[in-house]
Write a protein that binds this ligand. Structure first.
Ligand SMILES: CN(C)CCSCc1cc(N)cc2c(=O)[nH]c(N)nc12
Ligand SMILES: [Zn+2]
Length: 378
């Protein structure tokens, strides 16, 4: 069932997916040099080689399997050669689970004041010191080989939303040429390179992008250019056009997504992997995620609420502390407050994907989805 048998340079093998009654949802297992991991999975984001406010030990405790880091940030600071000298990203940050690095394309367009995109690559100014920088498929792949993640991403352009059809078409064609250059530059065995499907919000461009990248034969596929401000129904429509064209026995990673309602819909379409800064970012301004929606712990309403954030939650915060205590810490700008809300939000999403996997294995995913969406207010 490992359809990757015989694939060179690939370790992200994908065991036979267990399909539930509905067409898309599936439960799989992802093989990497740092372990075999269950999907669907949520991947905590550790942009600068740390998942903000939590330790690797806490991440392991809450069930994190694969975490993300960003090539763009580590390339600018401290430099990917330095990380390589330190023994690679796993050693540097003391994380022995899986690591996936994004290729930098997205961050160049979303962070650095963009200078210029050409066929060769993207010139930009560093958001740290304003220095002129340049990323190309070859540079981004070299940087990711230095970092040593288990899964790395091809260098792509995340097309802004909205975008004119003609721009989306030219950019998507270039991203496919960049994917081929990424493949040629990728010489590190024991590391899986995923391509990234683009195509803007145009059905035909999404299909062309998926078909072209599938014919280049990657061990896994990111779906990019979504969760960039488009309405959710448009995102789902792009998934409906794209996912069925991707090989069933290869992992699909929906980049930058997302909230629990988006996760359950994307799993329905056959997505396996997710990452999103949302849980850690909203935690830092005192918002906790629950199955009924968001709970702003900082609100005065919780000043004397001695219940946990969620009494059915198994996380360290909910097992030991009250809303009143966490609100007190947040109001007092105590770092421990941010740590507790972050721990809860990460645990919530990791547990949510585990519950989806269980529902798929027990062939009750559709009722799980119905019940969840009925209770969750966006
Ligand atoms: C760690 N995260 C903050 C970054 C990982 S996910 C970033 C990310 C998010 C979104 N929405 C789209 C794209 C995209 O189209 N391409 C790339 N390379 N990355 C993307
Ligand atoms: Zn909790």
């Amino acid at each position: 069932t490992c359809a990757f048998a015989g694939q060179k340079k690939v370790l992200a093998a994908y065991e036979e997916a267990v399909k539930c009654g509905y067409s898309g949802a599936r439960a799989g297992r992802l093989h990497t040099p740092h372990g075999v991991f269950d999907t669907p999975m949520f991947m905590p984001v550790g942009t600068q080689a740390t998942v903000k406010a939590v330790s690797p030990r806490e991440l392991k405790e809450m069930g994190a399997q694969i975490i993300l880091s960003n090539t763009y940030h580590l390339y600018l600071r401290p430099g990917t050669e330095l990380v390589a000298e330190a023994g690679g990203l796993h050693r540097f940050m003391d994380w022995d689970g899986g690591i996936l690095t994004d290729s930098g394309g997205f961050q160049v367009f979303s962070l650095g004041p963009l200078r210029k995109i050409t066929e060769e690559g993207a010139a930009f100014r560093s958001h740290i010191d304003g220095s002129t920088q340049f990323l190309s498929p070859e540079i981004a792949i070299k940087a990711q080989m230095n970092l040593g993640a288990d899964i790395i991403m091809a260098f792509d352009e995340c097309i802004p939303y909205p975008a004119e059809y003609q721009y989306a078409k030219l950019s998507t064609e270039r991203t496919t040429r960049w994917a081929e250059r990424s493949q040629k530059a990728h010489t590190r065995s024991g590391q899986a390179l995923f391509a990234i499907v683009q195509g803007g919000m145009y059905q035909d461009l999404r299909r062309v992008s998926a078909n072209d990248l599938v014919s280049l034969d990657f061990p896994g596929y990111g779906i990019g250019g979504l969760s960039v401000g488009e309405p959710k129904p448009v995102m789902y429509e792009m998934l409906e056009q794209t996912v069925p064209l991707l090989p069933e026995n290869k992992p699909r990673y929906l980049m930058g997504v997302g909230t629990p309602d988006c996760l359950v819909e994307a799993v329905r379409y056959g997505i396996d992997m997710f990452d999103c800064v949302f849980p850690t970012r909203v935690a830092r301004n005192g918002t906790a995620m629950t199955k009924s929606g968001r709970l702003v712990v900082k609100n005065a309403a919780y000043a004397k609420d001695f219940l946990p954030i969620d009494e059915n939650c198994g996380c360290y915060a909910c097992q030991n502390f009250s809303r009143a205590y966490i609100r007190h810490l947040l109001k007092a700008d105590e770092i421990f407050g941010l740590r507790l809300t972050t721990i809860h939000n990460l645990y919530f999403l990791l547990d949510f994907t585990k519950k989806m996997r269980q529902a798929i294995l027990e062939d009750r995913f559709l009722s799980f989805r119905e019940e969840f969406l009925a209770q969750y207010c966006k």
